[in-house]
Design a protein around this ligand. Structure first.
Ligand code: DON
Length: 559
């Protein structure tokens, strides 16, 4: 059900280095994204001598045209890059920010005033977009080709159109009731009352005009001047509260990635991101707990593996939902939440057998401190980029900026908009992730690069809200502990557990038959027919990049 309302496109672009200088022609890299047209754009950039950052930027922009469910100009995300010239990684937070006119009671007031799903629908649900500024600064820092070369494929796809595949009309039909509430999206996606059809050419002239400005001017026009004023006026006319100052003060932020040495295999290092992404903390905690519970002695298809995954995630999600948020709101330093002394103490709560205490709350580290499209890239010199971007739900807030041809996000729902009550992913926050003017909402998006002996080996990322976290963890285990090949690891059955609700979510059709029964016998509540996140993964096999698009998605790996 959530699966239909929520979609983050996932693109994994993996450019892995043939140890050759970049030249035009075939590439040893690989691009994996949630859409085949966008994948093709990325492959061409690589073949043109572009690096991982170039390809990520071009694919992200192409997705804004061909995959409006999640690709975006009106959303945000995170980018993680491995720079082969320095051997170091950098992270970029281009997450949306809360408008200055919002506060922790904003959505409770809107509920009382009778708004329909105010944190999910319409421009009142939209944070200030980070994508135009974020892609630009990422390119400035790490790109090699000209900016125009990277925007042009997206502009052309919008101006000349592309042949509509099977998935866009299906997704549009699923979101029809909401998308047709406001005229701009209705006219774009449902001309003359009919959904745009498979096999037809889909041209988006307004979006093409915006991309043309982006191509020739860079992103400043989006945040300042007439364009920004028109956006703010339209947002406010339909119930949003953006101001010109919210846009003018938007800034992408550099992040120091988190390095997690796999406690079960010190040759493997996972590079992930700190808050407001929850990926780094989640991976550090769960890998510690799994190792403490002897994950390497369990079989992939055993109930004991499932049990220790569930119990590790129970503790990690409790900490995530209580302690994590915009770092400026956090009362604890992230380092304290992943400190081995704290984790050893916390691991005492893990049951040796059977089901853990469903009341397990967040932990309390001793020291007080301060506190869904994915792109992964490894380039010809061995550089890597993982980029996840989203407008949150499928087609975001369902609200298109009139005359501009792009949808705004509904990322405000990732804040704890109504403390103690579940958001659209069933996440219940009770901690520091309250709506706060100018701050960023907590995210499950977790672009991840795994280094083996210090070199990029795996690039992982997914869409699927909190299932992103459980998915990256399980694909990593299948590949490293169970020795499955990349495609097998991506396709293998998964479970999800986030503490609240106290139920294990399974993919019945992929799981071995006894699992559901065995988990029930241990006392777990089970939802056996659940959807899972869609991961797009890439791997360097020593000679070239291999890609695996999740068979649960319509993604494609190429070449
Ligand atoms: O940042 C987050 O955690 C969510 N906005 C991600 C949304 C998502 O993955 C939707 N995918 N199906």
């Amino acid at each position: 059900m959530i699966e239909r309302s929520v979609r983050t496109a996932v693109l994994a672009v993996l450019l892995l280095g043939a140890l050759l200088p970049a030249t035009a022609g075939a590439t040893a890299g690989v691009v994996v994204s949630g859409d085949s047209l966008a994948t093709a754009v990325g492959v061409e950039v690589l073949e043109d001598g572009g690096n991982a950052v170039d390809a990520a930027v071009a694919v992200a922009l192409a997705l804004a045209v061909t995959f409006p469910e999640a690709g975006n100009l009106g959303g945000g995300g995170f980018l993680l890059a491995f720079d082969p010239s320095t051997g170091a990684s950098w992270g970029l937070d281009f997450r949306e920010t809360a408008p200055a006119a919002t506060d922790s009671l904003f959505y409770l007031r809107r509920d009382e005033e009778g708004w329909d799903q105010p944190s999910l629908l319409g421009p009142g649900a939209a944070g200030i977009p980070g994508s135009p500024a974020g892609l630009w600064v990422a390119w400035k820092r790490g790109g090699r080709l000209r900016w125009r070369r990277l925007v042009e494929p997206a502009r052309r796809l919008a101006a000349e159109g592309f042949t509509v595949g099977e998935k866009l009309p299906r997704h549009l039909r699923e979101a029809r009731e909401e998308l047709t509430r406001w005229p701009a999206a209705r006219e774009r996606f449902f001309p003359r009352g009919k959904v745009i059809a498979t096999g037809k050419r889909f041209v988006q002239p307004e979006l093409a005009a915006v991309l043309e400005r982006l191509e020739t001017e860079g992103p400043d026009f989006f945040y300042r001047g007439d364009f920004a004023r028109e956006m703010v006026e339209a947002v406010r006319a339909d119930g949003g509260v953006w101001s010109l100052d919210d846009l003018a003060s938007y800034e992408p932020l550099w992040m120091s990635p988190v390095t997690v040495v796999d406690p079960g295999d010190s040759t493997l290092q996972l590079i992930a991101l700190p808050p407001p992404s929850s990926g780094g903390v989640f991976l550090a905690q769960t890998l510690f707990f799994l190792n403490a519970l002897g994950v390497r002695d369990t079989a992939a298809d055993s109930v004991e593996r499932a049990r220790i995954l569930i119990e590790s995630m129970r503790l990690a999600f409790a900490d995530r939902n209580h302690h994590l948020g915009d770092p400026r709101s956090m009362r604890l330093a992230m380092a304290d939440l992943i400190d081995p002394r704290y984790l050893r103490e916390r691991a005492r709560l893990l049951p040796e057998s059977g089901r853990g205490d469903p009341r397990a709350g967040p932990g309390h580290p001793l020291r007080e401190g301060v506190h869904t499209t994915h792109i992964s890239i490894l380039d010809e010199e061995g550089g890597a980029v993982a980029l996840t971007t989203t407008i949150n739900s499928s087609f975001g807030s369902k609200w298109m900026v009139p005359g501009k041809g792009f949808l705004l996000n509904n990322e405000m729902d990732d804040f704890d908009t109504r403390p103690g009550r579940p958001n659209t992913y069933g996440l219940v926050g009770s901690g520091v992730n309250l709506v706060h003017a100018g701050r960023r909402m907590l995210s499950s998006m977790s672009p991840t690069v795994v280094l083996r002996d210090g070199r990029p080996w795996l690039v992982l990322g997914a869409r699927g809200g909190p299932r992103i976290l459980s998915t990256i963890l399980q694909v990593y285990l299948y590949r490293t502990v169970d020795g499955m090949g990349l495609s097998e690891a991506v396709a293998a059955p998964r479970l999800h557990f986030q503490g609240i609700p106290d139920r294990v979510f399974l993919e019945k059709e992929r799981c071995w038959p006894r699992l559901e029964e065995e988990l029930r016998a241990l006392g777990y509540g089970v939802d056996a027919d659940s959807w899972m996140a869609k991961v797009q993964a890439a791997e360097w096999d020593g000679h070239r990049g291999l890609g695996a698009a999740d068979p649960r998605s319509e993604g494609r790996a190429a070449p």
